[in-house]
Each structure stands twice: as C-alpha cells, then as structure tokens.
Design a protein around this ligand. Structure first.
Ligand code: ZN
Length: 143
C-alpha cells in the first residue's frame, strides 16, 4: 500500500498580485500628480505625498537589474537561495528567484508563483522571478 502525503501550501502577500494565464501581475499604484509608480501598492505617493493614485497591474515579464545568492538563510527560508531586483513595467521589485546562481543583469524573467520557503510542514509560495525558458512549478494544491 502506498501512502500519498498531502503537502499544504500557503500563498503570501496575495493582495499584492493576481495570477493570470501569462503569469503573475503585480498590483501597483500610479501617482496621478507626479507620475511615480509604486509596488507594493500604497495610499499616498512616497515622492510627492499626493493621495491621487490609481491602482493598476504590471505585466508578467521583467528583466533582472541585479541579483545575489544568499548563503545564510534562516527558517522559514532555505539555507541558500537567490534574490533579484527585477525591473517590471516601471517598478523595481526584490524577489526570490528560481535559479541556483545569481542572474546576469538584463536576464529576461517571467513573474510566476513559486515555492520560497517552508514553515513547519507548510510550503510558502509567493511571486518569484523565473528566468525565461526555465520550467515553472504549478501552484495547484494551494490551500
Ligand atoms: Zn507623486
């Protein structure tokens, strides 16, 4: 008899993005006064203090601005993982990266859901940079 172990998954920061057929699109705030764009979304512009902001979404593709491998991660993160600053439609976002090594600047990425850590027996998932051409895990079985 085979026992199938059910893995529990939890999505983090779900209010900051939407999952579409093309990937994950980040929710941003566009300032109607000075034109700055912010992620995560906010109620006042951090550049000019205007509260006249419009919420919209980025696309699901970006490019690496800078990237580094972390070698001393502590729980719930893995011991080693890659973080990258990704430029995506006018915002620069730090995110976990589906790679064993730091990305070369200008590497094209797709933003999708990915496994970023484990808290006890629960997998933690959030938006993550996937170098274009690298397989993307399925977010199914999300609880
Ligand atoms: Zn502004």
């Amino acid at each position: 008899m085979t026992t199938v172990q059910q893995t529990k998954r939890k999505l983090l920061s779900e209010d900051w993005y939407r999952h579409t057929a093309s990937g994950v699109e980040l929710l941003v705030s566009d300032c109607n006064t000075c034109g700055h764009r912010w992620f995560p979304p906010r109620s006042a512009c951090s550049s000019c203090a205007s509260e006249d902001l419009t919420r919209t979404h980025t696309g699901a593709r970006g490019i690496a601005y800078a990237s580094s491998k972390v070698h001393v991660g502590g729980a719930p993160w893995p011991k080693e993982y890659v973080l990258s600053y990704i430029d995506i439609d006018g915002v620069r976002v730090l995110m976990h990266t589906n790679s064993d090594q730091a990305l070369t600047p200008d590497t094209p990425v797709t933003i999708a859901l990915g496994h970023i850590g484990t808290d006890n027996a629960t997998e933690l998932w959030s938006y993550i940079a996937h170098p274009v051409g690298k397989d993307i895990e399925s977010p199914e079985a999300t609880s």
